[in-house]
Design a protein around this ligand. Sequence first.
Ligand code: SAH
Length: 249
Amino acid sequence: MTKKWWPSWDTRTHFNCLQTCIASARLTERIRSSLSNCNDLPPSLTRQSILHECRKWNLVWVGLNKVAPLEPDEIEMLLGFPKDHTRGGGSSRTERYKSLGNSFQVNTVAYHLSVLKDLFPNGITVLSLFSGIGGAEVALHRLGIHLKAVVSVEISEVNRNIVRSWWEQTNQTGELIDLADVQELNGDRLEQLIRRFGGFDLVIGGSPCNNLTGSNRHTRDGLEGKHSSLFYDYFRILDVVKNVMGKAS
Ligand code: SAH
């Protein structure tokens, strides 16, 4: 869409990992002003350093010598979400970037979950942990799998609102229950939910990875890090679900 502004020396054909924050206006302005001082082809060192920043921040050329970060609606599209999925409902631009940067890529998840369609012709009951903006829910819906019930656990109220409003907009006939903190989802509560819905057909989720590798990480504390240790809650919950459902059958 912005092809006409891309200089010949920027040979990128792919984006890098989408991040939870974007390049500063200072950086994009610095790039613009360093290029406007050059004639045709900037010196090799200038090109290299600009390309480095472009790769790091997924910058796109949107005008003469003018780079910019992807817009939230462009990221929504790249991640396979409906347009304006994260827009409105009180969510700020910064929050949109954060939620999008942490999200599943919908088509990829749908590809992996496509086997479920024939296995569950009447629909499924889902326990969605760390639901974020609902990458898993959107993927299942996209596959035409009926969502009989979804128990969605997500700490951010902004994200919970996004999933709730998507649920309402897509005229779901099932039930959406949203809970905030996985750490509070104890054995009793899980047992209650399993009894109420006759068990879960799918447990899905991606616990926070910002203490692990990747460009979104804050620290390298690994699985013991403040956020990433929630992986152990995922593990605990999965174990309870298996045990309770094993006993019931
Ligand atoms: N797969 C999701 C995003 C996963 S990112 C998607 O498609 O959007 C991890 C998510 O875990 C974030 O949205 C974060 O807000 C949430 N989270 C962090 N701590 C949590 C907790 N204690 N309980 C529930 N969710 C939590």
